[in-house]
Design a protein around this ligand. Sequence first.
Ligand SMILES: [Zn+2]
Ligand SMILES: [Zn+2]
Length: 255
Amino acid sequence: MKEQIHTIPINDAMENAGECPFCYIERRAEERMMDFVLGAGASYMESDIRSQTDAEGFCREHFRKMFRYGNALGNAWILKTHMQRTIEQYNSATKNFKPQSAKKGLFRKKSGEEGTDNQVAAWIKTREKSCYICNTQEKSFRTYLDTFFTLYKKDEAFKKQVLEGQGFCLTHFADLLTGADERLSETELAAFYEKILPLEKENLERVYEDTAWFIEKYDYKNKDKDWKNSKDAVQRAMQKQKGGYPAEPFYEMKK
Ligand SMILES: [Zn+2]
Ligand SMILES: [Zn+2]
């Protein structure tokens, strides 16, 4: 499994980076993960994998992607035992439950405040953060960051490719910065930030300009002018903000 996930070459990602090389890696790795979870290999019929998916469950986004992937029977198998596990946990969370009004009392929480004293609600909240696909992706993402910084330090051509690239989506930019803090020395860090912060700024501004020109193009005065790079500005601006590929279709099972 590990090998399957880790084999997306980082150079391949740099060549297909678009707005963010890590989005490319994330998407490819996610597709492999979908094939692993629901594809022809039927890993969902293996008890060790199933006990992991039973325990970790899936987030809303991945349930959606799993539904759209197209293996309804496979999904049903996964859900059957996951539902069983959920019902067991529900029973133990509600067993000794005593309702408590949050309208009274010394430690009364204001509305919108994080956390809850309600044990049933708290159980649901913790499981909402849990996803077998997200968890696996997060683990392998750390390995990609290791590779990224190893190459960045040693391989001049790779470093040049990064610094002449189009930057990163902001979500992965945060991962990149915290990844750098953990992996680079003080001197290396200073040099890294000196390059990477202006690179990101320049590319945020580029996407802003593309988006602004997209709007200008709708003005009749500009109807014969060139689109420049703005035809797909909307999806690229969305990606730059939060990562992912909003315009891409769902990944489906190979028939
Ligand atoms: Zn990204
Ligand atoms: Zn997920």
